[in-house]
Design a binder for this molecule. Structure first.
Ligand code: ATP
Ligand code: MG
Length: 236
């Protein structure tokens, strides 16, 4: 399967500070990649660099054969980068429904489909972003990224703050979405155990560099890796 996302020698950070000294990473269509690592190892910076909101010192980002390196974040979104930021960033003065229709692009993910996955959002469709609970904002951020029908779905700790039953449904839905084709996902997750069942592949960062990149099945069989890089045993 051809690579859908290709990051080549990406050197990026904030201001003068380099956080990612030289990141190279490829994702195939239908691939679900879990990005793990201790706090401050550069997970969010990598996501933000794909979105285009960090300072780039060098390297390139190619999406479905198109070089998006020089594009602004809004242009990247239109090119197919769907993003659920760690701090959610929903439009607080728009309603739930407007938040989604504002960015929607044609494709299998419609507002109706999102409502099916998150009935809670349907109930709140006319509420403004600033009237939602933390969990509802979370669902909306994910719904908004989906209605963009992205080629790459970037989720920065999407399960944080959600009830366990919702987390389970969400992870299952993300697997279905990604494997349906035309897209790939990068999911940042603190809890390795939660994501091992869903992800095809696990990448662990340390000081802005990849220190482990393997099929999740291999990691399941070798919990010592989790202990070494994350300071947790197989369970957490
Ligand atoms: N806006 C910023 N300006 C300057 N430095 C930053 C900024 N955001 C993050 N950093 C620094 O970049 C490094 C990587 O941070 P990043 O947010 O990517 O880590 P992370 O792996 O996502 O951590 P966490 O698990 O806590 O979310 C850290 O040293 C952090 O202090
Ligand atoms: Mg982070």
């Amino acid at each position: 399967m051809p690579d859908l996302l290709r990051i080549e020698g990406l050197r990026a950070g904030y201001g003068e500070a380099v956080v990612l000294p030289g990141m190279s990473l490829r994702l195939a269509e239908s691939e679900v990649l879990a990005l793990l690592g201790r706090n401050g190892t550069g997970k969010t910076t990598l996501i933000n660099s794909i979105v285009g909101i960090t300072h780039r010192f060098g390297g390139s980002v190619i999406l479905g054969g198109q070089d998006i390196t020089e594009m602004r974040p809004d242009q990247r979104a239109r090119a197919g980068i769907g993003w659920v930021p760690q701090e959610r960033n929903i439009f607080r003065s728009l309603t739930v429904e407007e938040n989604m229709t504002a960015v929607a692009r044609p494709g299998p993910w419609t507002v109706a489909k999102v409502y099916e996955m998150f009935p809670r959002l349907k109930e709140r469709r006319n509420n403004f972003g600033n009237q939602l609970s933390g969990g509802e904002q979370q669902m909306l951020a994910i719904g908004r990224a989906l209605t963009l029908n992205p080629k790459v779905l970037l989720l920065d700790e999407p399960t944080e703050g959600l009830a366990p039953i919702i987390v389970e449904e969400l992870l299952k839905a993300l697997g279905t979405i990604t494997r349906a084709g035309g897209t790939c996902s990068i999911i940042v997750e603190q809890n390795a155990q939660k994501i091992l069942g869903l992800a095809d592949r696990i990448v662990i960062l340390e000081r802005g560099a990849i220190v482990h990149d393997a099929a999740s099945a291999a990691l399941k069989a070798d919990p010592a890796v989790l202990e070494r890089y994350l300071g947790v045993a197989g369970k957490s």
